[in-house]
Write a protein that binds this ligand. Structure first.
Ligand SMILES: [Zn+2]
Length: 238
């Protein structure tokens, strides 16, 4: 039986919501890849050969501290793309990007994406607006880290991870979550225990399952709502 007619869905919301001319121009540059947990997609100071569009997993964009630590500046799932600096013409990656949650993705040569941007004004506008959205999201993450208690930030991260992967079960250890949020592991463990006691999550080694999505979102700070509103604004712009 032939496939039903209609627009092809990639599973990545940014791609699927591109203006038709931009989507058509980009289609030939996309190749499916599987992202495995721990894969490093970008290195700080390294080249920017590809742009990735996750369609099920989760990628952490990480910024380093001077003493060799790091923390998450942004999480990218099926709503976004990894390699935004390449869209702006950068040739050296400013940040590291590592896969947190395995899943499918589409990948394109950064040079091919740039060519599409030069040829198709609708694509260029959307890429620039995505870059502006990213700046806003990273700014909110900085405010969140400075202003909000860890419990609210853990809830925000888990609720966002659920939305960005489309799965209730997030395969992440409490050690990894502590690194992403620049928090002490024992404090993250304590927070996870209170969330489990409240019936919001259930965890076993290496996996956190969201059992009460609405309750988790209510316990989260409002930063993700701010970021999501800017995302919707970007997506609905022409
Ligand atoms: Zn916050």
């Amino acid at each position: 039986m032939p496939p039903l007619p209609g627009p092809r869905r990639t599973g990545n919301r940014f791609l699927d919501r591109l203006p038709a001319a931009a989507r058509a121009a980009l289609a030939a540059a996309l190749e499916p890849v599987d992202l495995r947990a721990g894969d490093e997609l970008l290195t700080a100071g390294g080249p920017l050969p590809h742009v990735y569009f996750p369609a099920g997993g989760l990628v952490s964009v990480l910024a380093e501290t001077a003493d060799g630590g790091e923390a998450e500046a942004a999480a990218v799932g099926r709503e976004g793309l990894v390699g935004v600096a390449a869209l702006l013409g950068a040739t050296v990656g400013p940040v590291r990007a590592a896969v947190q949650v395995a899943g499918p993705a589409l990948r394109a040569d950064a040079a091919a994406v740039l060519r599409v941007g030069r040829r198709v004004p609708a694509a260029d506008r959307r890429f620039r607006r995505y870059a502006a959205y990213t700046l806003r999201a990273v700014a909110q993450t900085a405010v969140c880290a400075a202003a909000h208690p860890l419990r609210a930030r853990v809830c925000r991260w888990l609720a966002a991870a659920r939305a960005k992967t489309g799965r209730d079960e997030v395969p992440i250890t409490q050690e990894a979550l502590a690194v992403l949020l620049a928090a002490h592991r024992p404090t993250v463990t304590q927070v996870a225990r209170t969330l489990q006691e409240a019936g919001l999550i259930a965890y076993r080694r290496g996996t956190i399952r969201v059992t009460d999505p609405a309750g988790l979102e209510a316990a989260a700070c409002g930063c993700q709502r701010v970021i999501d509103a800017w995302y919707a604004r970007m997506l609905n712009s022409e």
